[in-house]
Design a protein. Structure first.
Lengths: 682, 61
């Protein structure tokens, strides 16, 4: 009993902190309450729920050889120290997603997002990561597609692979859109990000020929270069000659990014991708740690209300009510389907013992949820007036400080035009109006927190651009790496119909698949950039739906495996979160398709514009008949995409139910694990 | 202290997909004695290609 006492104390602290967060009204709540509430909940969940799953649901067996033992080769399969592997896994799962979603969700106030992150991760997100890691670990580290094929049949595996490819396309488009939103009309930001390309190439040459393999050394040199780029960026931005050269409109940036994606993804990896990944990975870990320390030192009050009037829907940042749209807006951080690809990627090949799986699978996801909590805190410590100025589309609040101040004050968040202009000057930008996408908002918050700890207000502009650079850097790395991964997924898919396409000796299939992949995400990026409502409004929900659907697919795989292992008794562990995700994504998808509210439903939106076009009218925000037609076309494409996602998830649901029923009929376990007593493969 | 430093170093390197070279040498010595082994540079290039070539999937959003 006594060993439970510290955990009971932790649980009590968590409940008290959660009560403070949830029940305070009127006065400003300190951000540390959210931090304390989430950390205590995570600790207790890890100690009890993860252990319960490990012992009773999975029956992990520390003596059972893992793939790293069975197939040890010193390269891909290496038994790795568990703290080292934790770092590897965390760095692979934490990206821009957990930073962006919570910032967007803050339009409903800090409370709904906080509760969804805490309960979502404990009951769904961490369970998914852990479960997929477990399944893959017992099957020689196979990938998600192969696992589904193995346990649920060829057809289910192919459908899931196709779904994963489409999700990849949407993710790349959304990530690229965030970069466009952050860098458009910002010569300082653009210069620093552009400077990373030659910098990374110099680093690549250094690790290739001068000092091969010296990652630490070259990263420090790169970091010095980055800091110099941020410092000189200010002078470049203010220079009458260079400033305009680095100032781009969103559409120009969109084409630059598409061109960059196409070229970067066929360059040798050592030249650009690898060295920039060093910078972005270490910067990411460093910035996350610094943010945590900064929040604790600053202990800022939350200025966003617990709940805003936008809970009912009609919010300016994204359309739709709390249910189901909050649960798809915060995807990464609460539950992220993409992690299923990581948990069945390199990690299961490196894990030294099954006993480490709870810490890696469940623990690393809790850590990512903590990052999401920090992003939510960041958005919530800003003046809500600034938050809504930055995140509402121009179509709603107009292009200048006066119009934005009037419109945002009318929403009930009073802010003066002077404060808006001053905030932009403080961070060294021309404007902060309608910089949707989450990254700029988070950068303002990080500038606020970091300058409080180091450098004071004079350093705000530096920290703002540091934060923008840090986000842009790992997004660009993800675009590059994602295009390469997407290319192989596409090649595998096409090879199902045209076997010659898998041929890796000739260059043509690779180039065609890369081109198709870039064209696919480029299409959605262009659509987002030219969307009069700002793009994030349209694309983020589609991304959220697709990501949560992949999570549902991974959890359905978990359910099918539990049934096949004859552990039906514990299947609720995966069935519960699956059901919730299906309810959220299917209803969100349904609303996106068929809602009669033109702000929410793609088809209703297309219909209102089509009716106007037939009557010969030009409807705001379109300014020409061509724009009208483009809006209608985009709406229909988005609708088709959502319908496709719905079809994929329903198909997998059908195969899951079929698999579970078949498993129930057979008295013995049918899961295709590598038997425990098998001698190591040599 | 040196152990902590070694762990941190190893963690940082594995975060960017670079496994431990000494562990590779140990594995080769234990299981394939006499077989040719990659030198440090070849090992580095091999692992870099394996991580970033795209075959190992992407990373998260």
């Amino acid at each position: 009993m006594t060993r439970h006492l510290p955990w009971i104390a932790t649980a009590i602290i968590g409940v008290v902190a959660l009560a403070v967060v949830a029940l305070s009204r009127g006065e400003n709540v300190n951000a540390l309450w959210i931090v304390v509430a989430s950390v205590s909940c995570f600790l207790v969940a890890y100690r009890y729920y993860a252990l319960f799953i490990a012992r009773h649901v999975m029956r992990l067996d520390a003596s059972r050889p893992t793939p790293a033992i069975r197939r040890a080769d010193g390269l891909d399969y290496v038994a790795t120290d568990r703290t080292v592997l934790f770092g590897h896994h965390f760095a692979a799962i934490a990206g821009a997603g957990p930073l962006v979603g919570p910032v967007l969700a803050a339009q409903m106030g800090y409370l709904p997002g906080t509760l969804w992150i805490i309960f979502g991760v404990v009951l769904a997100g961490a369970v998914q990561d852990f479960m997929v890691l477990f399944i893959s670990m017992r099957r020689d580290g196979k990938s998600l597609g192969e696992l589904i094929r193995l346990e649920m049949g060829q057809m289910a595996g192919t459908i899931a692979l196709f779904g994963a490819f489409m999700i990849m396309v949407i993710i790349l488009a959304v990530l690229a859109l965030i970069v466009v939103k952050a860098l458009a009309e910002s010569p300082w930001g653009m210069f620093t990000v552009a400077a990373t390309v030659p910098l990374a190439m110099a680093m690549g040459a250094y690790t290739r020929w001068i000092r091969p393999g010296r990652i630490g050394e070259v990263s420090i040199l790169g970091l010095i270069g980055l800091l110099a780029a941020i410092v000189y960026g200010q002078a470049v931005a203010q220079s009458p000659v260079w400033g305009p050269i680095f100032t781009f409109t969103p559409v120009q940036l969109c084409w630059i990014l598409i061109g960059y994606g196409a070229v970067a993804s066929v360059l040798p990896v050592w030249l650009l991708l690898a060295p920039r990944d060093y910078l972005s990975t270490f910067l990411k870990i460093g910035a996350i740690a610094a943010l945590a320390i900064g929040i604790v030192i600053m202990a800022p009050p939350l200025r966003m209300p617990a709940l805003t009037q936008f809970v009912a829907g009609n919010g300016p940042v994204w359309a739709g009510g709390l249910f189901p749209f909050l649960f798809i807006t915060i995807a990464c951080g609460a539950v992220s389907g993409f992690h299923a690809l990581i948990s069945s990627g390199t990690t299961p090949k490196l894990i030294a013992s099954e006993a480490h799986a709870p810490m890696i699978g469940y623990g690393a996801m809790l850590m990512e949820a903590f990052v999401a909590i920090m992003a939510l805190v960041g958005a919530s410590i800003l003046d809500p007036g600034i938050y809504f100025t930055m995140n509402s589309p121009t179509a709603l609040i107009g292009p200048d400080a006066a119009s934005a101040s009037a419109a945002v004050s009318a929403m009930g968040f009073p802010i003066s035009a002077d404060v808006i202009s001053q905030t932009a000057r403080d961070v060294g930008e021309h404007t902060i109006i309608s910089r949707a996408g989450g990254a700029p908002t988070l950068a303002v918050a990080m500038a606020e927190i970091f300058s409080h700890v180091v450098g004071g207000p004079a350093m705000k502009a530096f920290w703002y651009h540091f934060a923008i650079l840090f986000e842009a850097l790992f997004i660009l790395t993800a675009v590059d790496a994602g295009t390469r991964a997407g290319r192989f997924m596409l090649q595998d898919l096409i090879a199902l119909a045209v076997p010659a396409f898998k041929e890796s000796k000739s260059h043509a299939p690779g180039i065609i698949a890369t081109g198709l992949c870039v064209a696919a995400w480029g299409f959605f990026l262009y659509q987002g950039v030219t969307d009069p409502l700002g793009g994030v409004n349209t694309l983020w929900p589609v991304f959220g739906i697709s990501n949560q659907m992949l999570a549902a697919i991974a959890l359905m795989l978990g359910t099918a495996v539990l049934f096949r292992m004859k552990r039906d008794r514990f299947a609720w562990v995966t069935v519960l979160p699956t059901a919730w995700l299906l309810v959220c994504t299917l209803s969100a998808g349904w609303l996106k398709l068929f809602s009669t509210d033109a702000k929410v439903g793609f088809l209703a939106h297309a219909a209102t514009f089509a009716a106007a076009a037939d009557a010969g009218e030009i409807k705001s925000p379109a300014t020409s008949m061509a724009e009208m037609r483009r809006i209608i076309f985009n709406d229909r494409i988005d609708a088709a995409l959502v319908a496709l996602f719905l079809a994929v998830v329903l198909a997998v649901l059908y195969f899951t139910i079929r698999t579970c029923i078949a498993a129930r009929r057979i008295p013995a376990a049918t899961a295709r694990e590598i038997p425990a007593q098998l001698v190591p493969a040599q | 202290m040196t152990r902590l430093w070694a762990t941190l170093r190893q963690t940082a390197r594995l975060m960017v997909g670079m496994p431990d070279y000494d562990a590779y040498l140990r594995h080769m010595a234990d299981h394939h004695p006499g077989a040719p082994v990659m030198d440090r540079t070849a090992f580095f290039r091999d692992r870099q290609e394996a991580r970033y070539g795209g075959r190992n999937g992407g990373r998260c959003c």
